[in-house]
Design a protein around this ligand. Sequence first.
Ligand SMILES: C[S@@+](CC[C@H](N)C(=O)[O-])C[C@H]1O[C@@H](n2cnc3c(N)ncnc32)[C@H](O)[C@@H]1O
Length: 267
Amino acid sequence: MKKISHGKITYRIKNFVENIPVSNFMLSVCHCLSPFMGRLLRYKYIYNYEYLRILDFYKINLIHNSKVEDLLDLSYLQSLLDQLITYQFNVTEPYKNYKGFMVQYPLEFAQYLLTISKFNIQRYLEIGTFWGGSFITTFEYLTKTNPCSRYAFAIDRSYYLSMQLYSKIRKNVYYMIMDSKSPQFQSFIENMPPFDLVFIDGDHSYSGCKNDFDSVKDHAKLIAFHDILAVKDIKRLWDEIKHDYKYYEFIDNNRKRKYGIGLLEKI
Ligand SMILES: C[S@@+](CC[C@H](N)C(=O)[O-])C[C@H]1O[C@@H](n2cnc3c(N)ncnc32)[C@H](O)[C@@H]1O
């Protein structure tokens, strides 16, 4: 496995971003004067995010450098994930609340990872990877706790630089910019051998999430969903389907707003 190190691309993006002078005030004025100009300047923020994400991307060495027995310990894993996770982000103030690149709660994701580590997952698919936080963490975690030949497929309808870079540095990781409602996605699923685990975190509407579930349900041994509590539509779907499977729910009850991860295992 190639070791991750800062590359020229990171520094080029860093220089590019830092040389554009812009402030929130300037952005608001420009946006009022000209929506087009405001939109152009907003790209600076998008690039800032990309840069931060690429830096965060190197935090995966935290997993890489951990001992396997520590990674199988819930409190160690929770504190490690705490460093990888963002709870909130605000596009107009990119640095203020920035904490990481994964949109998950540490305790929920730690419990989920510990559970999936007990299965032999050699073929992984994630629908809705965003910056790659959950995808990259899952792949790195499984690689450390169960090293084997593993294929992982990342699907998102939008392009994210961090995901593209990751797919270049890790063998057998494929990043596809694809809408899960498209015929291409259906034919991708039908032409692939079955997956050991599919993580669904893409379209959060009832019909979107159901489409993802229906597409993969006959092609996966384990299916996980994010937001089984936070999003009404996903909760509705989860409650309709979970009793047909052995199911697990990972919920951080210490938080007022709960996301919730659900995992289905075929009986
Ligand atoms: C909540 S984010 C995923 C967060 C990520 N799994 C994590 O925990 O770090 C949802 C992502 O799903 C993607 N998405 C939404 N609808 C989609 C669709 N129909 N097909 C593919 N990707 C979709 C969005 O572009 C977005 O990047």
